[in-house]
Design a protein around this ligand. Structure first.
Ligand code: ATP
Ligand code: MG
Ligand code: MG
Ligand code: MG
Length: 572
């Protein structure tokens, strides 16, 4: 590629809404352009990286025996109603109507469609196992789109779906995908960790997440440096012995039993111990939203003793609500007079564990989302020093590893892949069967496997950058090599050598860009350091006189002189 025929658009400053380094650098390097909240145009420079990610994913999926197809983005609601996800997914599922008023989903994943393909195409056990995948645009109406491509609303995902005749087959298909993922993230050149994502046995086998390790990651990963135990925080918490959990400082007085479990779940989710002294709280647990925003909890705070029905009927003055997800993050609140319970009335989301107002609330009445399932005298948190409040977790560094082989460490990660054994969750609802050897219909055993293709870009940058810009791993870089001629438009000899080397490298299959824009060296270098091309060759008159070119790797502090004739070989 010649820079004069490509599109390069770099910025000195990142826009104000870019909070984390990858978002800032991608904007500055002209890789993406914001169109709306969580919706981006992939600019030519960014698209090249996306294509490299896709190529590696595709190669490894094919190598692992998965078969590529392409399923529609817009999918009839009927399929989604068959599995109940039309209702269960809530507002994260984007819905549209056609001109006849028929409902459609814009796919956040494709379990329904692929199961529909398989139930009509697969008849016999002889056709199994089979694994279909596609690399396709997804839409999720995320509550808080942020961090550029990291949590977009429109994004690209590779999603694969395996179908087997029995659970042993599913286990094998799952392991094949697990290994393919390990190869894929290794080829990306990223530091990553696979963690158990379910709360089954040690090392969990039903589901794993693949995380790129980065300080800015939204997830906490728990692992044991002395063994191969690794789990996401949720799964680790579920395994933790009760003693390791934050214990209530005061027992609950319950007014009815069925709500108990749920209230304790809420306390565990918040990572807050229960204490004393607040007037009233009604806790509503919404449970797990499938493929949606994860575990969600509503807290409705009211003055006085009321049950949820009164609250729902809005008969209660001074109502305030929090909605939580994942690691106790307040997603939104509503409806309280300003000044009541601190942050309510302001619009800025905060982390509840760091929120003194919540930590200081006490003496609530607490119940679940059914009539009479509430407690009195429930207390959420105590007045703790800020640092301690922030550190409240059920699993902390130094806790014994559940496998008994050492102590636990915690690091942060970005979820870039997720593999999941679904079993018959979809095939049952959609009656997806095959005929076994005896001609008897059996339900298909299904697995699903996602990779956040566009999220990889953000994750790679969070792990690889410096004060000058991005440092792409070679396998993901938009260009592997940039040629920077000093005076391409002025010097015959420089131009001749730059063109010759460009042709030679192109012929050798190296992804090279020749910066023939005629920019000053400072501008040229700053652009390519920002964009993050891993290898740079400078072609100057003075060096040419001695038969030398200058090579500098993106992480090198100094340039190396390389003989003109040896450069092509040097770069391979
Ligand atoms: P998260 O926990 O970050 O919301 P998820 O668990 O909802 O992700 P999955 O349903 O497991 O996501 O989807 C598979 C992969 O798709 C994820 O591992 C992630 O890499 C990617 N992904 C999910 N949501 C987004 C998004 N909003 N923007 C970009 N990539 C995403
Ligand atoms: Mg999600
Ligand atoms: Mg997740
Ligand atoms: Mg996931």
């Amino acid at each position: 590629m010649r820079a004069s025929r490509f599109f390069i658009s770099t910025l000195k400053e990142a826009p104000a809404d870019a909070e984390i380094v990858s978002h800032k650098l991608m904007m500055r390097a002209g890789m993406i352009k914001r169109l709306g909240s969580g919706i981006y145009t992939y600019m030519p420079m960014g698209l090249r990286v996306i294509r490299k990610v896709e190529a590696i994913v595709r190669e490894e999926m094919n190598r692992a025996g998965a078969i590529e197809l392409l399923m529609p983005v817009v999918q009839p609601a009927e399929l989604w109603q068959e599995t109940g996800r039309w209702d269960k997914m809530g507002p994260e599922l984007m819905r549209v109507k056609d001109r006849h008023g028929r409902d459609f989903a814009i796919q956040p994943t494709s379990e329904e469609v692929v199961t529909d393909v398989v139930r009509t195409e697969i008849r016999s056990y002889r056709q199994l196992p089979v694994n279909f995948y596609h690399i396709q645009t997804k839409f999720r109406d995320e509550r808080r789109p942020r961090f550029g491509l990291m949590r977009g609303r429109e994004f690209t995902m590779k999603d694969a779906y395996s179908f087997d005749r029995d659970t042993a087959g599913l286990q094998r298909s799952y392991e094949i995908m697990f290994d393919a993922y390990t190869r894929i993230f290794t080829r990306f050149g990223l530091q990553f960790r696979a963690v158990a994502a379910d709360n089954g046995a040690i090392g969990g086998s039903g589901s794993h997440e693949f995380h790129v390790i980065a300080e800015t990651g939204e997830d906490a990963l728990v692992y044991c440096p002395d063994s191969d135990y690794a789990a996401n925080m949720e799964a680790a918490e579920a395994l933790a012995p009760t003693a390791a959990r934050a214990a209530p400082t005061q027992a609950l007085t319950k007014t009815s039993t069925p709500g108990k479990q749920r209230c304790e779940d809420v306390a565990a989710l918040l990572g807050l111990p229960l204490t004393q002294n607040v007037k009233s709280i009604v806790v509503v647990t919404e449970g797990e939203e499938e493929n949606g925003a994860g575990k969600q909890v509503w807290l409705l705070l009211v003055r006085g003793d009321h049950d949820l029905n009164e609250v729902k009927a809005s008969k209660v003055p001074g109502l305030a609500g929090f909605r939580f997800a994942g690691e106790s993050e307040i997603l939104e609140w509503f409806g309280s007079p300003p000044g009541y319970l601190g942050p309510i009335g302001t619009k800025k989301p905060v982390r509840v564990v760091a929120d003194r107002t919540v930590a200081a609330m006490s003496d609530f009445v607490c119940g679940a989302n059914e009539t009479d399932f509430h407690f009195t005298g429930v207390n959420w948190g105590r007045d703790l020093p800020e640092a301690e409040v922030a550190d409240l977790r059920n699993v902390v560094e130094g806790d014994p590893s559940p496998d008994g082989k050492g102590v636990l460490a915690i690091q942060r990660g970005i979820e870039v892949g997720h593999v999941f054994q679904l079993g018959t969750r979809y095939s049952e609802d959609m009656k997806a069967t095959f005929l076994d050897e005896n001609g008897k219909p059996q339900l298909l055993q299904m697995g699903c496997y996602g990779i956040g293709v566009t999220r990889i870009l953000g994750a790679a940058i969070e792990q690889n950058f410096d004060d000058k810009g991005i440092i792409w791993p070679a396998s993901l870089a938009p260009f592997e090599v940039v040629l920077c001629p000093m005076g391409y438009d002025r010097s015959e000899s420089v131009k001749a050598e730059a063109d010759r080397l460009y042709e030679a490298l192109t012929a050798a299959g190296i992804d090279v860009i020749l910066d023939d824009r005629g920019e000053r060296p400072g501008v040229m270098f700053a652009d390519w350091e920002l964009i993050g091309v891993p290898h740079r060759v400078v072609i100057g008159e003075r060096g040419l006189k001695e038969g030398k070119l200058e090579y500098q790797g993106r992480r090198d502090t100094e340039a190396t002189a390389v003989a003109v004739d040896e450069m092509a070989a040097f770069l391979q």
